[in-house]
Design a protein around this ligand. Structure first.
Ligand SMILES: Cc1ncc(COP(=O)(O)O)c(C=O)c1O
Length: 403
């Protein structure tokens, strides 16, 4: 074969890149092709389960388009959205001005911008285990390594501070804190947040505070971590995706904390943001509408989430061999199944998929050990559907553990 007819070689970084939440869909498609209906409990998208975007946000986007805001915006975002986000942070106790806020294509882009701006190839970032997998995916792209720190399911899924300390090396650059947490549903008490800030501060680490579920704590919004210490080097993230029910719009915001120690990072992030031109323009106008307008939909959403969380915890804990820590916020639970010797979390999850069409994601996709038997459930379906689904999980689990 002539050299020119060979496949185009792909970059080695792709081999290191995984994103199990979506990668697993390939398996679900095979099950569908074989004629079985798949219940997708893998992706945290409230819209797919009937939770609809508030109309005033849609109107803001439509109006922006009609008003001719269809061109590129300034790279850090339109002024009114940045000001609205800054004012919202100030109202929540974070002293930040609009110059330190960027509007991004979801939190996802903000995470990628910050890690790319701050972490060099070969350096390390402290990432929770289990983690939302975008962090490790981005680190794989930029040639950096995750250092997984334990969050403990026997202690409400709280971070293990001693373990974090033991992982810090001269190569460590940042600490990722996801609170409220995906995939565990944990919320950290202030004492834990303060301890994390002190720890990061003592080692010159920047904290990436992923707060996309901050308004979805069942007891009401939790303040941003940066509100505890306005001088700490914290980059705070949120978006329209979850608490404002518009994940497809790809509209998020990040605040690079007021500490002057973050000035070089802010400049680097803005420099990188120039290269991607801007995040989707009309959607940026919905950020203003979201943060200055009616948020009553969140009250109903939190109530519905609490009901589903309680149902999920109760049903999971009633299945022999499964234990589940009660989520405090967001729409995920991370139960643990005691696996027969030699079996993995992927064996369990793929077995469940093939037997029942129920698609969850194995814990190892979030960084837990395959033999530990964790799996993540997205519990956005209606309580009635969830009840029926959990009947099937129960039957499958009994069968799986007996063979
Ligand atoms: C913890 C966490 N961070 C970030 C994201 C990405 O959010 P966005 O849609 O704002 O990019 C998600 C999405 O599921 C998430 O769970």
């Amino acid at each position: 074969m002539p050299a020119t007819a060979a496949n185009i070689r792909t970059a080695k970084r792709v081999d290191r890149f995984t994103y199990a939440i979506r990668n697993i869909v390939v398996e679900a498609k095979k099950v569908e092709a074989a004629g079985k209906t798949v219940r997708y409990l893998n992706i945290g998208d409230p819209n797919q389960f009937g939770f609809l975007t508030p109309p005033h946000l849609i109107e803001a986007v439509v109006k922006a388009m009609r008003d001719g805001h269809n061109g590129y915006t300034p790279s850090p975002g339109v002024a009114e959205a940045r000001e609205a986000a800054a004012a919202d942070f100030v109202a929540r106790g974070v002293a930040v001005n609009a110059d330190r806020v960027l509007i991004t294509s979801g939190t996802s882009e903000g995470i990628e911008l910050a890690l790319t701006a701050i972490v060099d190839e070969g350096e390390e970032v402290l990432v929770p285990s289990p983690t939302y997998p975008l962090y490790t995916a981005v680190l794989a792209k930029i040639g950096a390594q995750p250092a997984y720190y334990r969050t403990d399911h026997t202690n409400h899924w709280l971070p293990d501070l001693d373990h974090i300390r033991s992982l810090i090396t001269p190569k460590t650059r940042a600490l990722v804190v996801i609170d409220p947490n995906n995939p565990t549903g944990a919320i950290y008490p202030d004492a834990m947040r303060r301890a994390l800030i002190e720890l990061a501060d003592a080692h010159g680490l920047v904290i990436l505070a992923d707060e996309v579920y901050g308004d979805l704590a069942y007891d009401g919004p939790v303040p941003p971590m940066a509100a505890l210490d306005n001088d700490a080097p914290i980059i705070s993230y949120s978006s329209l995706s979850k608490a404002y029910l518009a994940p497809g719009w790809r509209a998020g915001w990040m605040a690079v904390g007021a500490s002057p120690r973050l000035d070089p990072a802010l400049a680097a992030i803005k420099k990188l943001a120039d290269g991607r031109l801007c995040s989707p323009g009309p959607m940026q106008y919905a950020v203003t509408a979201a943060l200055t307008g009616d948020r009553s939909h969140q009250v109903a959403f939190r109530r519905q989430l609490r009901e589903r969380a309680e149902l999920t915890t109760r049903r999971m804990n009633a299945i022999p061999g499964i234990s589940c820590v009660a989520p405090q916020g967001a729409f995920y639970a991370m139960p643990k199944v005691d696996l027969p010797p030699g079996r993995t979390d992927a064996d369990y999850v793929l077995g469940l998929l093939r037997a029942t069409g129920i698609l969850c994601v194995y814990g190892s996709g979030f960084g837990t050990a395959p033999e530990d038997g964790f799996f993540r459930i997205v519990f956005l379906a209606s309580p009635r559907e969830l009840d029926a689904i959990y009947d099937e999980v129960d039957a499958f689990t009994r069968e799986f553990r007996s063979t």
